[in-house]
Design a protein around this ligand. Structure first.
Ligand SMILES: [Zn+2]
Length: 184
């Protein structure tokens, strides 16, 4: 659940194969006095594992790093690149700086795409916890964590779509509560 939109992180999982770990922050344990809510958060993290989210994120980062280095290798000796920025010589450091600045617009698009995927993953992990029977406990836990972390309750959908790696609380609660309201 570790959220980039606040400095507070609640829980996350990392590792592959036989070296998987779920990290629960002590603040989470303090905030969720109810054991069921903590188990619900663990169920959410297990959802990330079961659905291979960690693996997908890892692969995505590798590909992006490869593209970044590959792109730089392609253009680093281009005279056009240096000329268009007013350089007659081709210092390596200047080439690197120009490249880094030129890819910033692309990076914004990529991070937007990654945020889209990340939010979809969060909904899937929530659905996983719900399927295990922790729907209402997860909702209660999410509300409590949100109160403690003092993040905004209902952000503008366009703002959150661009900036947030996690869906806004209201959307998550709605999604968890949605199809089988009688079961909750
Ligand atoms: Zn999560």
């Amino acid at each position: 659940m570790g959220s980039t939109r606040s400095s507070h992180s609640n829980a996350y999982m990392y590792g592959f194969f036989k070296n998987k770990r779920i990290v629960l922050y002590d603040t989470l344990i303090q905030q969720c006095k109810n054991d069921e809510e903590i188990v619900a958060v663990i169920a959410h993290e297990l959802g990330h594992w079961k659905l291979n989210h960690t693996m997908y994120s890892f692969i995505a980062v590798q590909i992006l790093t490869f593209l970044q280095f590959g792109g730089y290798t392609l253009v680093r000796n281009s005279t056009d690149l240096f000329r268009s920025f007013g350089f007659d010589t081709q210092p390596v450091l200047i080439g690197l700086i120009i490249f880094q600045h030129s890819v910033i617009p692309l990076q914004h698009l990529v991070s937007f795409g990654l945020n889209l995927v990340s939010r979809a993953f969060e909904f899937q992990a929530d659905a996983f916890a719900k399927k295990l029977g922790y729907g209402s406990a997860l909702r209660a836990g999410l509300v409590k964590l949100q109160e403690e972390n003092l993040s905004s309750m209902n952000t503008d959908p366009w703002y959150s779509a661009y900036h947030y790696s996690h869906p806004p609380l209201v959307e998550r609660l709605a999604a968890i509560g949605e199809p089988d309201k009688k079961a909750d």
